[in-house]
Design a protein around this ligand. Sequence first.
Ligand code: J2J
Length: 513
Amino acid sequence: MRELAERHGERTALVCGERRWSYRELDRRADRLAAGLLALGLVPGERVVVQLPNIAEFFAVCFACFRLGLIPVLALPGHRRAEIGAFCEVAEASAYVIADRHEGYDYRNLAREVLALAPSLRHVIVAGEAAEFTSLDSLYAEPRALPDPDAGVIALLQLSGGSTGTPKLIPRTHDDYLYSVRASVDICRFDADTAFLAALPVAHNFPLSSPGTLGTLHAGGRIVLLPRPDPAAAFALIAAESVTHVALVPALLLVWLEAVRGQRPTLDSLRLVQVGGASLAPEVARRVRPTFGCTLQQVFGMAEGLVNYTRLDDDEAVVMETQGRPISPGDEIRIVDDEDLDLPECETGHLLTRGPYTIRGYWRADEYNRLAFTGDGFYRTGDLVRRRPDGNLQVMGRAKDQINRAGEKIAAEEVERYLLSHPQVRNAALVSIPDAWLGERSCAFVELAGTATEPPARLALDLKLHLRDRCGLAIHKIPDRFEFVDHLPLTAPGKVAKQQLRLMAGATKRSTS
Ligand code: J2J
């Protein structure tokens, strides 16, 4: 950031509503905020849960943390008490940074609930009206000379999509993360003329680093922050700011494609639409160029590391039908069967990967790491892929117990655990069902304890309220549909037969949403 400020000075680094911060301004804010955080008593190595929407302060806070050696845990605006409480607990966080309110939700109320659960939390810092907490603006202080953090230490903790009952944190170091950003900038050809629209939540790994907002800064371009992914607002901002690049998940792309039909916006400035995070159907991919008049790039990445891109000069067929190839020649790819044996070319199997920017283990999770990584350090992605002779990967499915709802990952086990905490639930299983708009929706199969006295719709509502209010679960994790069954089907070793449940979900007409 210091080098960027020297090189680009008064050029605009980011646009947030009426506010425009230059590179110099962002650098100065990072310095002054780092001094303020230090004055609060926060010291290098401590963790700070950062839960901010797409606002300029996100970048001031992150760069201040990087400068001071504090480790931000990048939470998403949709997370609630269950998730934030777990992040604070796992990371033993000392501080929690929020906006006062966003999209009608008051994060200060959430902070009050989290404070009661997290004994390690010493500070709540608020962008906006602080109430009884510390105001972010009050922290800007006279800059202090600080030693440069070591490039090999943890820069940030990303969140894993996960498949287990408790969230896993992903330690990314300055050197590994920046390497992936720099290499992505080259592949995606971001430059000083890039105006990147941050339409997805900025904390997510994709819009942050592939090449995303950090890549835009690295290239000397301009970040344009979209406060909420409303297509009309996005189109207006694209026209007003001459946006050139945007990263979308397939579900959002579909909404935009439909909205363009109705609104006929001016999108002449767009040069590249990147789509990733979930499977993109070739027939949807084929609508991008005619609708937006620009190039499509498929991105298959993961917060744990490995990112694959189709290249900008790839044949049309490669871009429509594959999820591209790795960033780095140092990325190792293995495609294996259930026994970890390498499969012949073109066969579908489990994707294992190891490389210069892929983690070797989750944060403080030794036991789980023995399952999630091979003995020689390959990360088990849980994705089922095949590799074509031209080297491009195709994502064929998933072995991990996860639902990918509009690009947001839901660990089935986590939701099942909370369902089981309801006194009327004896057993529960969460599965994905196909959805034309979201890609996948979630369906909970529930076995009740005793006979039901209420109609299914009433029970479903009870369970939804239980998950939202009692458990404090993020809204996107609340099952879209409930099915009540006498017994969950089991496989031979006594595990719930999820494949059978998926088929049942497809077949049942009577459902309770
Ligand atoms: C199918 N599934 C995909 C794709 C990710 C860039 C882009 C995306 C992410 C991301 C990211 C997919 N087709 N194109 O971090 O830097 C599913 C896979 C994968 C999981 C990772 C980035 N792109 N996926 O989505 O950590 O199942 O990262 O393992 O949120 O999303 O999710 P996440």
